[in-house]
Structure formats: C-alpha cells, structure tokens
Ligand binder design. Structure first.
Ligand code: PNS
Length: 159
C-alpha cells in the first residue's frame, strides 16, 4: 500500500524553505499532498485561490508537479482530510526550537484525534531564517524577497 503524506500549512506565501521540505517529503513518501489550510488565527495576505495558484506554479518551477498534488481546505479538521485521502502521516518543516514548541500540541492532538503521525524535517540551514511572515514584512517595506520565494511569488508581491 502506498504511504501517503500531507504537507499542510498556510503558505501565505509559499517560500523556498517550504519547497525544500516538499521536495524532501516526495523522496520519502509514495504520494504527497500539499494542503493549503485556512488558519482562522491568522489574517491572510493572499486569498486562497492565489495561494493555490502560486503553489502549483512553484511546484512546476521546482520540477515537482508530477510528484506532489495541491489541495486547499477551509472547513473541518486536518485529520479529516488525511482520513479522506488515506494519509497516515503529516510532514512539517522545523527551523528551530520555537517551531517544535508551536507544533508539539498539534502533533499530540492529531495523533489523539485520528492516529495521524507527524514527521519533522529539519529545514535546510540556508532557509532557517525564512518565514512567510518575514517575507510579507520585507515585501511590504520594499525589500527584495526574490532570494526567499519562488519566482511567481516574488513577481506577485512586487506587482
Ligand atoms: O503554516 P501554518 O499557519 O503554521 O499552518 C498551521 C496549520 C494550518 C497546519 C494548522 O493551523 C492546522 O493544522 N490547522 C488545521 C485545523 C485543525 O485540524 N486543528 C485541530 C488539530 S491541531
């Protein structure tokens, strides 16, 4: 049976750190779903349809479009999506202990809710300082975000 993994996140916007984690997940799992989740705790900059479009474009640019599929999820539990598609594993990128602390309750909750395991992939050090929120801030203040995001995202943020 193929091992299906879900890489969830707000991806507001997708960064090169995210793409690196997705690429590495495709090497470990048979099937990878990149799931763009509406997070009600965060005021999103990009509408969901733009996040999906930019993710699809970024995966194409990275040569991953035939290895990972993109979906969006606005209502319901993440574990319900996992159960619906037969995924038993979530993949999260970890940059620091702060990420571990943020993720830990969710890991335990998702396992408690539906026996879904979470695998942490340590972010490549070259992306350790990159986050969607910093990218949004740098772009809003006129900085060059092209070293941190796929080409389509850089174009979108500077348009
Ligand atoms: O990129 P983010 O914003 O850090 O991603 C957070 C996300 C979307 C993975 C998280 O908010 C999440 O898992 N949302 C799904 C809602 C859910 O199932 N909550 C209950 C179990 S933790």
């Amino acid at each position: 049976m193929p091992t299906i993994a879900v890489v969830p996140g707000s991806f507001d916007p997708v960064t090169l750190g995210h793409i690196d984690v997705i690429r590495r997940a495709t090497k470990v799992f048979d099937e990878v779903h990149v799931l763009i989740v509406h997070n009600p705790d965060k005021d999103a900059l990009l509408p969901m349809n733009e996040r999906v479009r930019l993710m699809e474009e970024a995966l194409e640019e990275a040569g991953l479009s035939n290895k990972a599929t993109v979906a969006s999820y606005s209502v319901g539990l993440l574990v319900d999506y996992c159960t619906d598609v037969g995924a038993k594993v979530l993949v999260k990128g970890i940059r620091s202990q702060i990420d571990v602390a943020y993720e830990t309750p969710m890991v335990i909750m998702n396992r408690s809710l539906a026996d879904i395991e979470t695998v942490f992939l340590l972010t490549d050090p070259q992306h350790a300082h990159v986050s969607s929120s910093l990218v949004r801030e740098v772009a809003a203040l006129g900085g060059d975000v092209s070293p941190y995001v796929p080409k389509g995202v850089a174009t979108f943020l500077t348009a």
